[in-house]
Write a protein that binds this ligand. Structure first.
Ligand code: ASP
Length: 466
């Protein structure tokens, strides 16, 4: 017999069905009657084991069944009596009267209760047993919503002629303002790859390559101290478009966000999204990430988006030089181009950067890019790079721009930050499958770990005696 998903049992009243799943909850009533809430990936269904109705083998195994056991059942779908209907359960109008029952696998006593909210459980324990925590209703919901969010973005972009293209994870350091994760190169002693902080340069090269509209659900790696809303790795909906100006990218992304979150049943506070300059946002909110919701909006899970524009391109370094505030590959706003090229009035130069803010978080950010090598070179000169240093860091981009680079711009939306807004979670890890612990170890597998001498030698690393 073919297996029936729990959710589909409601359409099969009177039929015999085969079910698979886990014992979410078990209640033994006297010695003849046992109720099991059986959980599969579609939800719960109540199954009733009345011993006189079971086959002989099932009667024996039933006594052993415990929480989180994996079962295969056969039984008849029955309508519940009016008083027994459970309106909180999608399958609450029916129950399954079991005839046959097989234990497919047993389960040790779980280290915490999975059928209750696990948010109060010790974090390290939850992450050590992440695969159990992921069985809980809240995390199942979060990851399923994450799936719907990225699929909706993907569907929108595919309809708009975007092409999904993967770019390398073993690559060269790209400046995004954070520390890189590095990977030793076994075949080139003493050299290192860097994991990308973003696909920034590759997506720009894809514009030079003529794809015109690119997107990727890209993993980005940044070696920063973990915080509630930040981890070592996150995913971004990474976008780049050719022949566009600032407003074109903003309009496309705004349309994508509106279509996506509304299709998921969320309400947006204000459309079109309000725009505010960086200077205004600092004056009004004291920050460039702000929350425009009222207490009432917060209760109703409203999403308050806004664009922040007109950021300064550069800021002073501790050493008294200049560095970029957001993205060194950006184009300055046209009215500042002359100053940019000549390195004058640096503190006044504004960039084409636009940030999308939602409910106090930065939900995304991007810019129009400098597609002319003279402009990119000028950016690096302002930051104090010599001609040789410019060649060493971005020579390949300058070279590529010499071969018919179209004007282009893009954005990246942080998947986790967006999901935190949709779910109301305050920790990034609650919307990731296997996140890092607060003490920067991977969940379940507890990396980083030491390597044997031989493996270190292969990648030309000498062990430090620490
Ligand atoms: N590369 C930028 C980031 O990852 C986004 C962009 O400008 O497209 O934040």
């Amino acid at each position: 017999m073919q297996r029936t998903w729990n959710i589909d049992t409601v359409q099969k009243v009177g039929e015999t069905v085969k079910l698979n799943g886990w014992v979410h909850h078990i209640r033994r009533m006297g010695d003849k009657l046992v109720f099991i809430d059986l959980r599969d990936s579609t939800g719960l269904v109540q199954v009733v084991c009345y011993k006189p109705d079971l086959d002989a083998e099932a009667v024996i195994v039933l006594d052993e069944v415990g929480s989180e056991y994996v079962l295969e059942l056969e039984g008849v779908v029955q309508k519940r009596g009016e008083k027994q209907v459970n309106p909180d359960l999608a399958t609450g109008t029916i129950e399954v009267g079991v005839k046959k029952l097989v234990i497919l696998n047993r389960c040790k006593t779980p280290p915490f209760e999975i059928d209750k909210d696990t948010s109060g459980i010790n974090e390290e324990l939850r992450l050590k047993y992440r695969y159990l925590d992921l069985r809980s209703e809240r995390l199942q919901k979060n990851l399923r919503l994450r799936n719907q969010f990225v699929q909706a973005c993907r569907n929108f972009l595919l309809k708009q002629k975007f092409v999904e293209i993967e770019t390398p994870y073993l690559t060269k350091a790209t400046p995004e303002g954070s520390r890189d994760f590095v990977v030793p190169a076994r075949l080139q002693p003493g050299k290192f790859f860097a994991l990308p902080q973003s696909p920034q340069q590759y997506k720009q090269l894809l514009m030079v390559a003529g794809f015109e509209r690119y997107f990727q659900l890209a993993r980005a790696f940044r070696d920063e101290d973990p915080r509630a809303d930040r981890g070592f790795e996150h995913t971004q909906v990474d976008i780049e478009m050719s022949f566009v100006e600032r407003d074109d990218v903003m309009a496309m992304v705004e349309a994508m966000v509106i279509e996506t979150v509304e299709s998921l049943g969320f309400t947006i506070k204000q459309k079109p999204f309000p725009r505010i300059t960086y200077a205004e946002s600092i004056a009004k909110y004291g920050a460039d990430k702000f929350d425009m919701r009222t207490e009432e909006d917060k209760k109703n899970n409203i999403l308050a988006y806004a664009w922040v524009v007109d950021f300064p391109f550069f800021e002073k370094t501790e050493e008294g030089g200049w560095t970029f505030t957001h993205n060194p590959f950006s184009m300055p706003k046209p009215e500042f181009l002359a100053d940019h090229l000549t390195g004058k009035n640096i503190e006044q130069i504004l960039t084409t950067q636009y940030d999308l803010v939602c409910n106090g978080y930065e939900s995304g950010g991007g810019s129009i890019r400098a597609h002319d090598s003279e402009i990119l070179k000028a950016t690096y000169r302002i930051m104090g790079y010599s001609e040789q240093e410019i060649q060493d860091s971005v020579g390949h981009m300058l070279e590529a721009f010499g071969y018919g680079a179209p004007p282009h711009g893009g954005i990246a939306l942080g998947v986790e930050r967006n999901l935190m807004n949709l779910t109301g979670e305050v920790f990034l890890r609650e919307v990731q499958s296997f996140p890092m612990t607060g003490s920067a170890h991977t969940s379940v597998m507890d990396a980083p770990s030491e390597l044997p001498e031989k493996s270190l030698r292969e990648v030309h690393i000498t062990k430090l005696n620490v």
